[in-house]
Design a protein around this ligand. Structure first.
Ligand code: PLP
Length: 408
């Protein structure tokens, strides 16, 4: 081996020793929540396709029609020649969906985060992140060069402490970033209180609704809409690859915000436009989640979540922290089973895989060290029998479920 290979092999060995080694698992075919892998079929409990829209005939058809009309790729960045009608139609639909003046699509949620923070904040500003925020915002905050502060997860007192400190730094602009439903814990942010706080301290608020759009809120408009604070949030971010069933990310907000992003967001300026098939499928996803069928799928998702709750699994309550009288409580679709040690989570995942259930161990750096877990992710495409199978299999790796199974 040459010195380059030796060095890299050494680094890989370190990853392995820590129980943090990751492997790609090849999926040969997808049918609903069933995956063909390694010669067998497993039920997927690890995706973010909360409503099963990735497999929906209408999204498939929209993608195919876009390919026929525009071709396989957009051919250029939007400001060069790639600003296709598919992108404009998607953005109009997203703005209407969230009730904002405007919206801007990016090729991924990750690119959305990187481009948006750098466009909005500068070196002397302060970016305040929830401790459990998705990695893309940590990277974006580092890239933009602003001062970075982290508050304890969902802790309003800790957030206020930082806002007080920031106010004392003369002229610093302050941007708070949170998720509405958190990707690895499945719990939700106290958005009403956060909106009140940021207004009190003159800060801006950015809310990432990656795991809420489509799945929660009136017509799937997410948590901010459910709590009636959508129009008080400066920057609303969403992804198109989860409940919406396609791919991409976007920002929704005022016309001025979007105009500024078009000038300044480098991941927008210097990147080829989203493939037209993805934009067209996402548009169909946005339409679908607002339809009666979308509502039906959200009901199914809730039924599966309640099934897990009855089985003793720690299903997070959504909208409970500051629920309004008019917003019905909902149960989360992400259920974290925190097992602690990395090898314990790996062993549990392997046990489940042998029983035909696919949910890989989630480890550092996706979650904290020693907070390794199985992350159950429910979909409207799961049947009651699928969930029953999961609950039965969990009895051997998750004591609470074991107890519940014995009782029932
Ligand atoms: C998935 C995710 C992203 C990134 O979106 P991609 O489109 O997958 O790049 C951003 N934020 C959160 C909370 C996510 O879960």
């Amino acid at each position: 081996m040459n010195p380059f290979e030796v060095e890299l092999a050494h680094r890989l060995a370190t990853v392995q020793e820590q129980g943090l080694y990751r492997q790609l698992r090849r999926v040969d075919a997808v049918r609903g929540v069933r995956l063909r892998m390694g010669g067998g079929t497993v039920i997927n409990f690890s995706g973010n396709d909360y409503l099963g829209l990735t497999q929906h005939p209408r999204l498939r058809q929209a993608a195919q029609q876009a390919v026929a009309r525009y071709g396989a790729g957009a051919g250029a960045a939007r400001l060069l020649s790639g600003s296709l009608r598919a992108h404009h139609d998607l953005e109009s639909a997203l703005a209407a969906f969230l009730g904002t003046e405007s919206a801007l699509a990016f090729s991924s949620g990750y690119a959305t985060a990187l481009g948006t923070l750098s466009a909005l904040v500068q070196r002397d500003d302060v970016v305040v992140l929830d401790k459990r925020i998705h990695a893309c915002w940590v990277d974006a905050a580092r890239l933009c060069g602003a001062r970075l502060r982290v508050f304890r997860h969902n802790d309003l007192n800790d957030l206020e402490r930082i806002l007080k400190w920031a106010r004392a730094q003369s002229q610093a602009g302050v941007l708070i970033v949170t998720e509405s439903v958190f990707s690895m814990d499945g719990d939700s942010a106290p958005l009403r209180h956060m909106v009140a706080l940021k207004e009190q301290y003159g800060a801006w608020l950015l809310v990432d609704e990656a795991h809420a759009l489509g799945a929660f809120g009136p017509q799937g408009r997410g948590l901010a809409a459910a709590l009636g604070v959508g129009d008080r949030i400066e920057i609303r971010m969403g992804t198109l690859g989860k409940a919406l069933g396609a791919a991409g990310g976007f920002i929704a907000g005022s016309r001025t915000l979007i105009e500024l992003l078009i000038q300044r967001a480098r991941s927008f300026l210097f990147s080829t436009a989203p493939v037209p098939a993805a934009a067209a499928a996402a548009l169909e996803g946005v339409r679908l989640v607002q339809s009666a069928e979308g509502e039906g799928r959200r009901h199914l998702l809730q039924a599966r979540a309640r099934q897990c709750l009855r089985a003793g699994l720690p299903v997070p309550a959504i909208l409970s922290t500051d629920a309004a009288a008019d917003s019905a409580e909902a149960w989360g679709a992400i259920i974290p089973l925190v097992l602690g040690q990395e090898d314990r989570a790996l062993a549990a995942a392997a046990t489940l895989h042998r029983r035909g259930l696919f949910l890989p161990a989630i480890r550092y750096p996706t979650v904290g060290r020693g907070a390794a877990r199985l992350r159950i992710s429910l979909s409207a495409a799961h049947s009651a029998e699928d969930v029953e199978k999961l609950v039965d299999a969990l009895a051997s790796v998750w004591p609470t479920a074991a107890a519940a199974v014995r009782v029932s």
